[in-house]
Ligand binder design. Structure first.
Ligand code: PNS
Length: 163
């Protein structure tokens, strides 16, 4: 059984992430969406809220699981017995970062873990969680960037968090 892990901070999940989730769930037998902490980024939504929002979006898929993990991605991979990481590639700028991470993760796993890059669909290739967080901060309209089913959750949570 080919199990793939789609890791990210998903803070919050966007239409671009959902595009990669939907498409990779067709390619692999099972997809584990792993909500991990990116130490370089200050989080807006608590990890358990991110997991709850993603779980709501993928409940209709029987081969997708959503979990959170504190620690290295390669250590998480062992816990779910997976050897494939899926990452989305939006623009050229993502490539250098993903290339470096892919080498790091392969080395850290003694060559057990491979990274597969999936090209983002063009209509979502400019969307990022950081832009969504900025739009939320300035009370802008996030409807074109976030899945419709969770927009109210995102708005409600961001209001409570920002006072
Ligand atoms: O959505 P993001 O912020 O681009 O996701 C980055 C993430 C969370 C996948 C990455 O930071 C990560 O794998 N964090 C866990 C710690 C780790 O394993 N780092 C790589 C070793 S250098």
């Amino acid at each position: 059984m080919k199990i793939a892990v789609y890791p990210g901070s998903f803070d919050p999940i966007t239409l671009g992430h959902m595009d990669i989730i939907r498409r990779s769930a067709k390619v692999f037998d099972k997809l584990v969406v792993a909500v991990l902490c990116n130490v370089e980024k200050k989080g807006l939504f608590p990890i358990e809220e991110r997991v709850a929002m993603i779980s709501k979006l993928v409940e209709k898929y029987d081969n997708i699981e959503v979990v959170s993990f504190q620690g290295l991605l390669v250590d998480f991979m062992k816990t779910v017995d997976a050897q494939i990481i899926v990452k989305g590639l939006r623009v050229g700028l993502d490539f250098d970062y993903e290339l470096q991470m892919s080498h790091m993760n392969r080395k850290l796993s003694d060559d057990r873990v491979e990274t597969i890059l999936m090209m983002a669909s063009t209509e979502y290739s400019y969307i990022s969680s950081s832009s969504v967080r900025e739009i939320l901060h300035f009370k802008g309209d996030i409807r074109s960037f976030v899945p419709e089913e969770i927009i109210q959750d995102v708005l409600k949570k961001s209001e409570t968090m920002e006072g």
